[in-house]
Design a protein around this ligand. Structure first.
Ligand SMILES: [Cu+2]
Length: 345
């Protein structure tokens, strides 16, 4: 007994650990996430109802002195009619009404979009023009800011949004089905090849919110993370203005050599650095890679060591990912290439 109790007690922190992480639906930080949390806590009512029904069934089954089945046929329910009315109509009506309205409340957290044929709702549609387009790739996220015209902001994996206001996101896929999920802010919405989906998120406080692709999409699905950074609107605008600039030109001999190594290497076939000849679109945009906290779709810290490891052998860090091993650089070239990437702030 003592040992069993100790064992159960030792498991307890495991359950509690789940509640402490940021990536959790119970850690709601925006209106949509709160709607979901409300709906799920309301659903606990059904747990109570199930217990009551089970209790009633057990009580009947265990009742002593059971006669033959015939004696128990409900010929005259008598006072039972009130129970039928209450238990069969009134209570279900109440419970389902609660879920109905909570469900309607949750529906309002999805934008209605003009492009969406039958869902076109005129004025309402105009209001929900997407602010951001996210395209899922095996196994990273391409992010376009659609705000101002002639402002070309394309980035990857680290998604910044202004806090305290709704942000409409259009979701597409370049290959297979992915699912966008930042549990503290909203539910999951799939990215489907050939189709367009929408989600509206709002963060009630600035902060880093982590998320995850939530639809199995191949070998590196588990390393298809999302880092969503909500900032005060002024800081966000500053960030966006910086992202709109072309890549920082190198100024010292090392970073200049690094840029040359980058442009002479295979990198340009797959990656873009705006302002240079590198215009590949197969991999993440690297124009401001130095400003990102992590690499490999938020799987590893963005520092010299991991960048060197990533460039020479991305396959060892993220096996199966679509960036090949690159072995052509010597030590000096590699270090200068990394120095160049890190100054792309
Ligand atoms: Cu996935």
């Amino acid at each position: 007994m003592g040992r069993a109790a100790k064992f159960v007690a030792s498991l307890l922190p495991l359950f509690l650990a789940g509640c402490a992480t940021v990536q959790s639906t119970s850690n709601a930080h925006g209106p949509a996430a709160h709607s979901i949390a409300r709906l799920s806590s309301a659903l606990t009512i059904t747990f109570v109802i199930t217990i009551l029904i089970m209790w009633a069934l057990l009580a009947i089954a265990l009742k002593k002195n059971r006669g033959s089945l015939k004696e128990h046929m409900p010929i005259d329910v008598g006072g039972g009619q009130a129970w039928v009315a209450i238990g069969g109509i009134a209570i279900p009506f109440l419970v389902l009404s609660v879920f109905f309205f909570l469900g309607l409340d949750l529906l309002t957290t999805f934008p209605i979009h003009g492009d969406h044929g039958a869902m076109n709702m005129g004025a309402a549609a105009a209001k929900s023009k997407p602010d951001i387009l996210i395209i899922g790739h095996q196994w990273w996220w391409e992010v376009h800011y659609l705000g101002a015209a002639n402002q070309q902001v394309i980035t990857a994996n680290e998604i910044h949004i202004p806090a305290h206001r709704p942000v409409n996101i259009e979701l597409r896929s370049a290959d297979v089905i992915h699912s966008f999920w930042v549990p503290s802010l909203h539910g999951k919405v799939d990215l489907i090849p050939g189709d367009v989906n929408f989600i509206r998120i709002e963060a009630s406080q600035p902060g880093d919110y982590v998320g995850q692709c939530a639809e199995y999409c191949g070998s590196q699905h588990a390393n298809m993370h999302i880092l969503l950074v909500a900032q005060e609107p002024a800081a966000f605008n500053q960030w966006l203005a910086n992202q709109a600039r072309p890549g920082v030109e190198p100024t010292n001999p090392e970073t200049m050599q690094g840029q040359q190594a980058f442009l002479d290497g295979p990198c340009t076939k797959c990656h873009t650095v705006r302002g240079t000849a590198a215009a590949g679109r197969f991999g993440p945009d690297l124009t401001h890679i130095g400003s990102r906290k992590e690499i490999g779709a938020d799987s590893f810290p963005n520092n010299d060591g991991y960048l060197e490891g990533w460039i020479t052998n991305a396959q060892s860090l993220k096996p199966g990912c679509k960036m090949p091993k690159i072995t052509q650089y010597n030590g000096t070239q590699l270090r200068s290439l990394v120095a160049y990437l890190r100054q792309l702030q």
